[in-house]
Design a binder for this molecule. Sequence first.
Ligand code: AMP
Length: 296
Amino acid sequence: MILFKNGSEMAGWARQQRAAGRQIGFVPTMGALHPGHISLIEISKNACSLTVCSIFVNPTQFNDPRDFQKYPITIENDIYLLEAAGVDALFLPETEEMYPGGTKDLEHYPLGSLETLWEGKFRPGHFQGVCQVVRRLLDRVQPNRLFMGQKDYQQCLVIRHLLDLTGSTVLLQTCPIMREADGLAMSSRNQRLTAAERERAPAIYRALSWLKEHWREGKTETTLSHARCILEENGLRPDYIAIADADSLEPLPEVIERRGKEQAAKEREAKERVVALVAAYLGEVRLIDNLLLNGK
Ligand code: AMP
């Protein structure tokens, strides 16, 4: 595995590889790697001739400074895991490399309602930071394809929007969520849970699964309050639990109200694109997860 810390060296290597006809798959991460990250690398390796991974804990996407300070860093183990996974190149920049003029007064991206709903609402500025870093990473890594996890569902929609906005030809592939045996979505932040919190954390997946089973019955609000109870009984403090249109992320009750119940039900059946989304605190740690409710 080749290690690049310098952006222009990274870009120079990538250009050479592409000129030689090689397809570059790219997996951006913030490190503290787990099998969820490795699954993206495997998907990239199956689809592309070369796989590049990046590790960069991007300061501009943290709206909570404590979350940034406490973000787990396990770089030696990460390098070991990436070598073992057969990654061709690792891009490991310093903050100055990514933001040579500092992190103040950076560019702004028009993200519409993606920035006011759910994660956008509860983490102001977060998706601007995500766009700022992904744009810079793509500029240096020059990939053909980008692999990101459905675990960060709204982030995938934001990046699709960013690629459209910037006229990028990079293809985004959204990859499945890897879970622990008890259903907890793998996440670098899980390392920060105490043993007692870790035992309670699978309630998130239980709440989502309950929604998947019951969302067609009765009123959405009633179904959601039951799911919220599953979280709260287990000591989780939800920022939100929602059922939303999987493309626009508009909450389902609003979609129903606007279009008329019957028509919305038909559209839902036909399109089969509804997602349940959760963000909840367990102690100091904020966890997110989601589940597509109708299969496809
Ligand atoms: P992060 O290091 O948390 O920024 O994540 C880097 C990439 O890995 C993102 O595209 C995430 O969506 C993805 N990812 C994180 N957790 C998982 C998981 N449990 N399963 C699949 N992909 C994941």
